[in-house]
Design a protein around this ligand. Structure first.
Ligand code: SAH
Length: 463
């Protein structure tokens, strides 16, 4: 049977897609249904019908899945930031663990029995809400002319009003309400991106979970804000706020922050700890957004590295050196490589404030720095740790790793599809997988981190 636009069909959701959408089949024909949960029986109207697949609009949940829950957040559907809030958290974890497994089987072409032997249960969060230490709220004006803060609805620049995102910290709401009231009182405008007029574009808030320190940064279409002292007086009274700054962004752009930031009250950065390592975080620093699970993830990476104090370790794609500094506590020497110069500045500073002297950092592409160091300086590695962006490792980088032949490779990844591809390549080059552990860092979203231990030794050697 051929399906066409506007056809109504009934189907059972049997899978979840990369963006959290439900996937069901009718006579082998695939239908993608947003907001449908695994196990739902649904009635769907086909909005776009192609030869092999269609996109359907959820018309009715005929029989809800046993995994379906009422989202805690009342605007979960409009906002779209949480793709999985309609699914029970325990089931979200099963879904993520299975996704990692399927990637190793389908993309990595590993045997299912082999993966079953090395795949550890996913490590979920104890508290899957209020886990984000950073939020960036766009400021705008609603139809009635009132100032609002919220989030852009998926794929739009329409602001869904929300000052209390349940993934973020409770203080966000107090801070945003204080800023909006201040703006109303002193007639300070929100930025209007259509006409490129108005002043306040975004409010960035970050909190150090272990220190309680909070940073507020207003991103302005300009350099200054009227009645600045009154603003800092009001914000400064909020418990935890210790850094207030203004960032200037006059460009017509989707990039949130401009390059110029001025601290107008308190310190120019806040501090936080992951484990025993201290980090200084300024408005533009990169910093992991879920510090609790980051600690879990990096402790696992450290455990997999099996350091005794004599090892030379390379940490590729090292960002601000979070993993490098973790490893340096147990290694002889750590070398970090990262493409963003500012991140390396932060990494060096973080090493300094923690009195860590056995970590050296290089700015550059991993696929260029590593081969160059290997060819020119004959560098050596007992262990290589990688934590690349979604696209995974560059082939040149993987080849150099194989040539350097470290005893162990610890692969940390935010995309299990490219991870499975790269792991297969490393296995062809003489390694084998000893452990795979998914770690949920981003509850209610489709994202999942994974740590893999690849080793040259026989599998029985480890634990
Ligand atoms: N482990 C880091 C974060 C890694 S995220 C931390 O916890 O801080 C991936 C990092 O890889 C990003 O910082 C990104 O800037 C960097 N990156 C992207 N492409 C790169 C490349 N070709 N070579 C080196 N670093 C790269």
């Amino acid at each position: 049977m051929r399906y066409e636009k506007n056809d109504q069909v009934e189907l059972t959701i049997s899978d979840i897609g990369a963006k959290g959408e439900g996937i069901g089949k009718i006579d082998g024909y695939t239908v993608f249904v947003k907001d449908a949960v695994l196990g739902d029986e649904v009635r769907v109207k086909l909005m776009k019908a192609k030869k092999q697949y269609a996109y359907g609009k959820l018309e009715e949940v005929i029989s809800p899945s046993s995994f379906r829950v009422i989202p805690k957040c009342s605007i979960a559907k409009q906002c779209g930031g949480c793709q999985l809030q309609f699914m029970d958290y325990a089931q979200q974890l099963i879904y993520k663990e299975n996704k990692v497994k399927q990637h190793f089987i389908r993309i990595g072409k590993f045997e299912e029995a082999q993966i079953d032997q090395v795949l550890e249960p996913i490590i979920g969060m104890e508290e899957p809400y209020h886990y984000r230490n950073k939020a960036q709220f766009p400021i705008g004006t609603n139809k009635e002319g009132h100032l609002i803060a919220g989030f852009y609805a998926e794929r739009t620049h329409h602001i869904v009003e929300n000052t209390n995102c349940l993934l973020g910290v409770g203080e966000n709401e107090t801070i945003l309400k204080t800023i909006l009231a201040f703006m109303e009182e002193f007639s300070i405008s929100a930025y209007d991106e259509v006409n490129n007029t108005g002043l306040v574009r975004h409010v960035l808030i970050r909190k150090g979970f272990t220190t309680g320190e909070i940073m507020v940064c207003l991103v302005l279409n300009g350099r200054k804000i009227k009645h600045e002292e009154e603003l800092t007086k009001r914000l400064g009274k909020i418990q935890g706020v210790c850094s207030i700054s203004l960032n200037e962004n006059k460009e017509v752009t989707n990039v949130i922050m401009g390059s110029h930031t001025t601290c107008i009250w308190g310190t120019p950065y806040i501090e936080d700890y992951i484990g025993s390592i201290k980090f200084q975080i300024s408005p533009q620093s990169f910093y992991q957004v879920n510090p609790v699970q980051t600690k879990v993830l990096y402790e696992l990476a450290l455990e997999y590295a099996q350091l005794t104090g004599n090892e030379t370790v390379w940490d590729l794609y090292c960002g601000i050196g979070t993993i490098s500094l973790f490893l340096s506590q147990k290694a002889k020497q750590v070398y970090g490589v990262e493409i963003v110069p500012q991140a390396i500045e932060d990494a060096k500073n973080n090493a300094k404030i923690n009195h860590i002297e056995n970590a050296t950092f290089y700015v550059g592409k991993a696929e260029e720095v590593l081969p160059k160091q290997y060819e020119e300086n004959g560098i050596y590695a007992d262990v290589i740790v990688v934590d690349p962006p979604r696209k995974g490792c560059d082939a040149v980088c993987l080849d150099t790793m194989l040539t350097m032949a470290p005893k162990r490779i610890v692969y940390v990844s935010c995309d299990s599809a490219t991870l499975a591809r790269d792991a297969a390549y490393l296995c062809e080059g003489g390694y084998h997988i000893e452990k795979i552990t998914p770690v949920d860092q981003f509850g209610h979203t489709v994202h999942c981190e994974t740590v893999v231990l690849l080793s040259q030794q026989v599998a029985d050697d480890y634990i």
